[in-house]
Design a protein around this ligand. Structure first.
Ligand SMILES: [Zn+2]
Length: 234
């Protein structure tokens, strides 16, 4: 048979657990806001990085186009020289140069084309990242709204539980036991109390001595010799 004290302590313990849960839920709010804000910052960074890549890709493409124009001018000039060649030897020389510059130009054209394609790819990538950023920003808004909406309710719940706890704590006899309970309550929250299940303290899984069990059953307030939690029989 559980003593009246044990029954009261088990009720108090339940209140302490509920209080700890409400406190955790309360702390979860700002934590989820911070977390989703970090996701926004990360998505912003990705967008900025991608813009830098696009800028660099554009510069590469511009440089290549410039080189291409120079090659074309060279080719035009050589073509003119070829047409004005006065000997077979000269003709052959210009022809050779034209062939060599021509293949260089073809290579440049390929590279320039690839650079243009790269711009398209990186721009498509930017669009995806911008969509992601927008969605992350919306998430922050949603999380903020939800946290704001639940804050008042959680505050009221905590206040209410605190009041119930204050009343329920009166069952603990004043003295060393109560002081120890208060210290543990500050340090461990709901871990200030522990039930006894099959003669073992539920807080630390240590065996409670038979002598202590008898004293607890007769309504004494005792603490676990191992973990110091106030004990009750369930
Ligand atoms: Zn214990």
């Amino acid at each position: 048979m559980a003593s009246d004290l044990s029954i009261a302590l088990s009720q108090l313990h339940r209140l302490l657990v509920q209080f700890a849960e409400a406190e955790a839920a309360f702390a979860d709010g700002p934590r989820s806001i911070t977390l989703s804000e970090k996701q926004v910052a990360l998505a912003e960074q990705k967008v900025d990085d991608q813009k830098a890549v696009i800028k660099q890709t554009r510069k590469t493409a511009d440089d290549l186009n410039l080189k291409l124009k120079t090659k074309e001018a060279e080719l035009k000039k050589l073509q003119g020289q070829l047409n004005a060649a006065t000997s077979n030897k000269e003709f052959e020389i210009f022809k050779g140069q034209i062939a060599s510059i021509g293949s260089e130009r073809a290579e440049l054209e390929n590279t320039a084309f690839e650079a243009m394609e790269e711009i398209d790819t990186t721009q498509a990538g930017l669009k995806v990242l911008e969509v992601e950023l927008k969605s992350r920003r919306q998430t922050v808004q949603t999380v903020r709204t939800e946290v704001d909406a639940s804050r008042a309710g959680l505050e009221a719940k905590l206040e209410n539980l605190q009041a119930q706890i204050a009343v329920a704590e009166k069952i603990i006899p004043p003295g060393e036991g109560l002081s120890a309970y208060r210290r543990l309550r500050i340090a461990n929250g709901s871990g200030a109390l522990a039930g006894i299940e099959d003669n073992f303290c539920e807080g630390c899984n240590c065996r409670v001595t038979n002598q202590d069990l008898v004293r607890i059953r007769t309504g004494e307030f005792l603490r676990c010799r191992e973990c110091n939690r106030g004990l009750y029989v369930v």
